[in-house]
Design a protein around this ligand. Structure first.
Ligand code: ATP
Ligand code: MG
Length: 879
């Protein structure tokens, strides 16, 4: 056999089928696009569903691809078998209603056995078929010449995932020889049995029935072929190594891990599994993150979390105690970049995400160990068995692989209830399976539309109006020559200015008219052969096939949609500029009133980042940049640096939207011809909508102006309410805040003062100086202003007394003196205050019955009061 690298084998496969007139579909990202039914792309066919169920007709019905895939149904076995991975590549050839069983079998056989290609010894190949598939049996026996004992009938060989196409399959096995068998009596030593000797390398699915929604099976109008060969497995055979891990697809990773851990990879050592687990998981995690997934607690994110944890747990076997996985990303990137450059392009981001997640787990590991200790003590007092549910919880919640729990348990002289664990595991799998089954199926082929092959030209890039000849009227999946009535119907014309929903841009609405009838268009979508289908209702008259109609798109709505679409491209680039190149579009909606853009990014955006992004977009608008739209080959587009969206399928000729080289994107949508037309761009909100996915909503043009006008109206209202001019609003608010603070302070003091007053029985302090009653009152923290109010209060109670009220506030003394009118001939308030102020180093004055003053020597208050006493005393004596 030839010596071939994994990369060469992938290349050979694509070349072989190219020679057989197949078109090469690029490998799609692992995160499914526009398909909520799958967690991950898990096979070659998963990305081609739309061809298989007839929604889209491919340019060439013969397709070949090498598709990266993730399978997570069997994680706990990965690392223990020679042939299972969580991430692997599937090489597949497909026929959409073109060739069938015979050719697919012949192709597979020729590729595997011909010296020009792989050159396997035909005597080492076995096949399995479905027991009732006589046709396959005949082909294998008569056309290929396989002897009957090498054609094994297996009941399970029927590929069926619920509603949609399904059919029998035939698997090809390679006999790796007796040395791959073990003495294990459990092993089912035949192709298709659970063993390592007969290795399943390729599965050919003959999809010929439709699994209907009522559970019945009917033959498909068009039969399809779907095949899948595992690249890692076929490589292990060709390179004649014991396991997939020993191929050149894995060894560079394992070598790097040897360096990091200073351990040797060795199949006779226990830690052999650790090398396999880690080298498998790092590929999965690196690719998944580069393709837009991020670790989290649910769905895809949870799978990544589990894989990283499992790898970290196994790294203990290699004596690794700190984060290390991220250090393997570069080898993964390097080893795969020839065919899949994505990891290498985003390696910094990928590393950062993995490192963070590793560190996170290293910190929960201790928690898990604590839980284990609790479970252990319970088991010790009990029957010495760790319950299956507990083991499952450790596995599921704290990332402890079952084997690890067993290992811990053994060291502590305990056992683990394996049956209980498996039961809990099975229950969880069953739940997962149930939730998957119902939704994984494909849509059922719509025959009517897929049979319509007439050309329909979209003429709406430059106009919103055109005539069109009505080619088809479809109602309830039936065609009609003419139609009246109110039912929803679908129309196809030879040409149309109506845009059909695609690339995030919504469809146009509008009116279709002739003398004999009027039709309102509510929705437009693309038929399998790409014609635009106008969905709506007849508003008047009758429509007839063959007639010519005036097709008119709502021009205002279109204009706004166009502005929002170009703004979306600017936003996309600005996000990359500000946040980094890991930002990828995860969804977009371009409507007339607003635009919505979802993208991958780990954390929320700061006000500053949002401002910068908004400013960049506006600058590009104010710079009057020309938007140039050209068609070119995909290679030319790439050379130009065009940003292609993840997983979108592009034909040989692509449409490139170039905003003066600032943003270059492949896009089929409608755009303004100069950015100035957008007028203005305003971000309304930024939020998180899932693990690592952010969403920005924004408006342009009139809507943006409207936004600012609404803000302005609000500002006016505020100014009105504050009774100032707009420019003084802030000052006024600051003043109000300050006033408020002062008031609060005063209220506090007043309350304090009142309380002081009420608490003490002020009257007790009245002194008799000769014939005059003198009432000195000293308080704390009452301002001069409040002091007067306080005085009014006191005076009303002690009307015949001379009152001196003194307060110390903020290092100053304030005072008021009152003298009853009847006494002013004898003693004057102004005089009293003066003598008091003298003591305080201050001033004072006023009328005979009321005077105010203040000073700074707060320690001298008693002296001041004494001065008052003396003054009153001597006044009476006439001095
Ligand atoms: P198996 O029974 O060996 O687990 P399968 O029948 O589930 O495989 P298919 O769905 O038939 O696999 O996939 C087609 C081919 O993809 C297989 O023949 C095999 O070569 C490869 N393959 C499938 N699953 C894996 C995996 N987990 N890791 C590596 N290769 C795989
Ligand atoms: Mg199979």
């Amino acid at each position: 056999m030839k010596q071939l690298t994994g990369n060469e084998i992938r290349g050979l496969f694509l070349d072989y089928f190219k020679e057989k007139d197949h078109m090469v579909e690029p490998s799609a990202p692992l995160v499914p696009i526009d398909d909520d039914s799958l967690l991950w792309i898990n096979s070659g066919v998963a990305t081609l569903k739309k061809y298989f169920d007839g929604r889209v007709i491919p340019n060439n019905p013969k397709i070949v691809n090498a598709q990266k895939s993730i399978r997570t149904n069997d994680i706990e076995n990965v690392g223990f078998t020679a042939r299972h991975h969580t991430f692997f590549e599937m090489l597949g050839n497909f026929s959409i209603g073109d060739y069938f069983k015979k050719e697919s079998i012949e192709y597979a056989w020729e590729f595997l056995t011909s010296e020009k290609w792989i050159g396997f010894d035909p005597d080492l190949l076995y096949v399995t078929i479905h027991p009732e598939d006589e046709e396959a049996y005949q082909i294998w026996q008569d056309v290929i010449g396989l002897s009957p004992e090498r054609i094994i009938r297996i009941e399970g060989n029927f590929w069926d995932i619920g509603e949609g196409p399904c059919g029998p399959n035939s698997e090809i096995f390679y006999d790796r020889g007796p040395s791959y068998g073990t003495e294990d009596p459990e092993e089912e030593m035949y192709p298709g049995g659970e063993n390592e000797r007969y290795l399943e390398i390729w599965n050919l699915v003959f999809s010929e029935f439709n699994h209907n929604s009522d559970g019945t099976y009917t033959p498909l109008p068009k039969k399809n072929i779907d095949t899948g060969m595992g690249l890692e497995r076929v490589t292990s055979v060709i390179q004649d190594v014991r396991t997939n891990f020993d191929t050149d697809l894995f060894m560079p990773i394992i070598r790097e891990l040897e360096q990091l851990s200073e351990q040797k990879y060795d199949e006779n050592k226990v830690h052999d599994t650790a090398f396999k687990v880690i080298s498998d998981h790092i590929r999965t995690v690196s690719f998944a993150i580069a393709d837009g997934a991020l670790p989290s607690n649910e769905g895809r994110g949870y799978v990544l979390r589990r894989l990283i944890r499992r790898a970290v747990r196994f790294s203990k076997d290699l004596g690794l105690n700190e984060s290390f996985m991220y250090k393997l990303v570069d080898v993964v990137a390097e080893n795969m970049k020839e065919f899949y450059p994505v990891v290498s392009e985003k390696s910094d981001f990928v590393k950062e995400v993995i490192r963070k997640e590793e560190e996170r787990f290293l910190s929960t590991l201790d928690e898990g160990l604590k839980i284990y200790e609790e479970i252990k003590s319970r088991a010790e007092v009990g029957n010495g068995v760790i319950g299956g549910k507990d083991a499952f919880m450790l596995y599921d919640t704290y990332g402890f692989p079952y084997e690890l729990t067993v290992e811990y348990a053994e060291a502590d002289g305990l056992t683990v209830d394996e049956t209980g664990f498996k039961l809990a595991m099975e229950e969880q799998r069953e739940r997962a399976r149930k939730s998957r089954k119902s939704s994984e199926s494909m849509q059922v082929q719509s025959e009517t539309l897929s049979n319509i092959t007439d050309q329909s030209t979209f003429v709406g890039y430059g106009t919103t109006q055109s005539t069109g000849k009505l080619l088809h009227i479809v109602h309830n999946d039936q065609t009609h020559q003419s139609f009246d009535g109110e039912d929803e119907i679908e129309l196809i014309f030879d040409q149309t200015p109506f845009y059909a929903t695609s690339g995030g841009q919504v469809a146009d609405k509008g009116i279709i008219q002739s003398k004999s009838g009027t039709f309102e268009v509510n929705r437009v979508y693309k038929a399998p052969h790409n014609q635009h289908v106008h969905v709506g209702q007849i508003k008047a008259g009758t429509l007839s096939v063959g007639d010519t109609y005036e097709l008119t798109v709502e021009a205002d709505a279109r204009k706004n949609i166009t502005k929002n679409h170009t703004a979306t491209h600017l936003l996309h680039q600005a996000l990359k500029d500000v946040l980094g190149s890991h930002v990828n579009q995860a969804g977009s909606l371009v409507e007339k009133d607003r635009l919505r853009f979802d993208f991958s990014h780990l954390s929320g955006l700061s006000q500053e980042e949002l401002k910068t992004i908004e400013s960049i977009v506006n600058e590009k608008i104010f710079d009057n940049l020309n938007v140039v739209i050209e068609e070119m080959t995909i290679d030319q587009a790439k050379e130009k640096g065009a940003m292609a969206l993840f997983g979108e399928k592009y034909g040989d000729v692509v449409r490139v939207v170039d905003i003066d080289t600032y943003s270059i994107e492949l896009c089929g949508g409608i755009h303004v011809s100069n950015t100035a037309e957008i007028g203005l761009f305003k971000i309304l909100s930024e939020s998180g909508i899932g693990a690592g996915i952010r969403r920005i909503e924004a408006v342009t043009s009139q809507k943006a102006v409207q936004y600012y006008q609404e803000k302005e109206t609000k500002l006016n209202e505020v100014a009105d309410k504050l009774n100032v001019r707009e420019e003084n609003v802030l000052k006024r608010i600051e003043q109000l805040n300050k006033d408020k603070k002062t008031l609060e302070q005063e209220v506090k003091q007043l309350k304090q003062g009142l309380q002081n007053m009420n608490n003490s029985n002020i009257g007790d302090s009245i002194e008799e100086i000769e014939n005059i009653q003198f009432l000195p009152v000293t308080v704390d923290g009452v301002s001069a202003k409040d002091l007067r109010e306080m005085m009014d209060d006191i005076k009303s109670k002690y009307q015949s007394s001379v009152i001196a009220l003194v307060s110390v506030v903020d290092d100053k003394v304030s005072m008021i003196v009152t003298v009853p009118k009847s006494l002013t001939n004898t003693v004057k308030a102004g005089d009293i205050i003066k003598t008091m102020a003298e003591a305080l180093g201050g001033k004072g004055g006023g009328r005979p019955d009321m005077a105010q003053g203040g000073g700074t020597d707060i320690d001298k208050v008693p002296d001041a009061i004494n001065n008052a006493r003396n003054h009153i005393k001597y006044s009476q004596k006439g001095e």
